[in-house]
Structure formats: structure tokens, C-alpha cells
Design a protein around this ligand. Structure first.
Ligand code: URA
Length: 233
């Protein structure tokens, strides 16, 4: 059971103070009765809530897709740079979503944000080997040996040998799929075969593909189908 004012504030109805005012004015009803107190204990999953003639559809978790632009940091707060959370519109921000994993400041593309720690854990667990596909531009052409080397696993500068990765030629760049998420992994893998990454964009995570209609910096909620495909990895 939770306090009525807290639930309504979490659903984005207003600040705690605004919600209290609405309750005082008799604008809020719970299970068909006008609520008298802000501290009324309710079951948000079961109790029907109305505010000013509008039904409040309760949800606990939010799942967002962001097309991350370069220049923003994958964190909830940073003293110097804009973060991915700064790009989340107010209608979703009150759920306090956080990024699932990290993309470098100069990496673009698919980033999931959620307030569901369980999904984040599933996607980031090193045991799960969730595939992540990137489109990269390099300063040199790749060759057959590079594809084979990625397929075998690359020994990084710190001695760690990556899991086998898939490298393919694409139009104007290459596609690379990795099954783990070491620090700067894609850039470091290419460095080991003598190439520099000049552009990096994540286009897929698990079965979820970046929506090509989502412009840079744009955020939208995942559809039910997209969410289902993330849970069933
Ligand atoms: N690999 C990198 O080098 N950078 C990223 O942002 C993601 C994967």
C-alpha cells in the first residue's frame, strides 16, 4: 500500500504540493469516492484513480528507446556535460529512468532507458552475452584477416581475449556484433588490428533494432512487442 499523494506525483499528475491541493479541492477520487486525505493508503495496482474527470492509468515501470546523439554522456548526472537523462521529456522523466549500460560520449544510436532494475540487470549480465550490433566507420579498409581475427576473438591491450565477434562489410562502413560490453570495446578491438574507429553507432541490442524514424536525441516508449522481445532474449 502506498500514499495517494506519492502515487499521483509519481504518475506525473503534479508535484506532491500540487497533488495535495487537488485532493483538498475534491478533484481526486479513489474507488469511486472523493479522496479526503493525501496520506490515504491505496493499492495503486488495483484501485481505480481519477483526477479532475480523467482516469489515471497506473504504471510502475517505463521503457524508453533513445537515439543518442554524440556529445552527451550515458549517466544520470554529470557536472560538466549534458546527460542522456537530460534528453528525456518531462512526461517520462518523473519515472526516473536510467540508461541500460553505456555508450561513449562520441558514440551514437540505440540506448535503452528504464527504471526497471530487473530488465537492466538481464540485459547487462555478463552471463547473458546479449548481442550488440554497431555500424562503424574506420580510417582503413578491413580485410579477410580482420574478419577471421574478430571471429576468433581479439586479445585487447590489457590481455583480455574477447568472445568471438562478427565483422561484416557494409555500405560506407562495417557492421560489428559483440556479445559483451568491455570499456571502449569496439574501438579497442579495431585498434588491435591496426584501425581507428572514426564513427560509431549502435543499431541493435538483443532483438531490438534502433527505430530509423527516431531522430537524433529523440526518445520514445518501447512498444509492447519491442519490450517482449527484450525480455525473451
Ligand atoms: N564500443 C566502444 O568502443 N564504444 C562504445 O560506445 C560502445 C562500444
Amino acid at each position: 500500500m502506498e500514499r495517494l499523494d506519492k502515487v499521483l506525483a509519481n504518475m506525473g499528475v503534479g508535484t506532491r504540493k500540487e497533488v495535495k491541493q487537488l485532493i483538498k479541492k475534491g478533484e481526486v477520487s479513489v474507488r469511486g469516492m472523493v479522496a479526503q486525505r493525501a496520506d490515504l493508503k491505496i493499492d495503486p495496482e488495483a484501485d481505480e484513480l481519477w483526477v479532475g474527470g480523467k482516469k489515471i492509468v497506473y504504471k510502475k515501470h517505463i521503457y524508453l528507446m533513445l537515439n543518442k546523439p554524440e556529445g552527451v554522456i550515458s549517466a544520470t548526472f554529470d557536472p560538466r556535460h549534458r546527460t542522456v537523462c537530460d534528453l528525456v521529456p518531462e512526461e517520462f522523466a518523473h519515472f526516473k529512468p536510467f540508461p541500460v549500460g553505456r555508450l561513449d560520449i562520441d558514440t551514437r544510436g540505440l540506448l535503452i532507458l528504464t527504471n526497471d532494475g530487473k530488465l537492466a540487470h538481464e540485459l547487462l549480465s555478463p552471463k547473458k552475452h546479449v548481442p550488440k550490433t554497431y555500424f562503424a566507420k574506420l580510417d582503413k579498409e578491413i580485410c579477410k584477416e580482420d574478419i577471421d581475427a574478430f571471429e576468433k576473438g581479439i586479445v585487447l591491450d590489457d590481455g583480455y581475449k574477447t568472445l568471438p565477434a562478427r565483422l561484416e562489410e557494409g555500405e560506407g562502413g562495417v557492421y560489428v556484433t559483440i556479445y559483451e560490453g568491455k570499456f571502449h570495446q569496439v574501438k579497442r578491438m579495431f585498434n588491435q588490428v591496426g584501425k581507428n574507429v572514426t564513427y560509431l553507432k549502435r543499431i541493435k541490442m538483443g532483438n531490438l533494432t534502433l527505430d530509423p524514424a527516431l531522430s537524433k536525441g529523440e526518445v520514445r516508449e518501447l512498444t509492447k512487442e519491442e519490450l517482449d522481445c527484450l525480455w525473451t532474449l
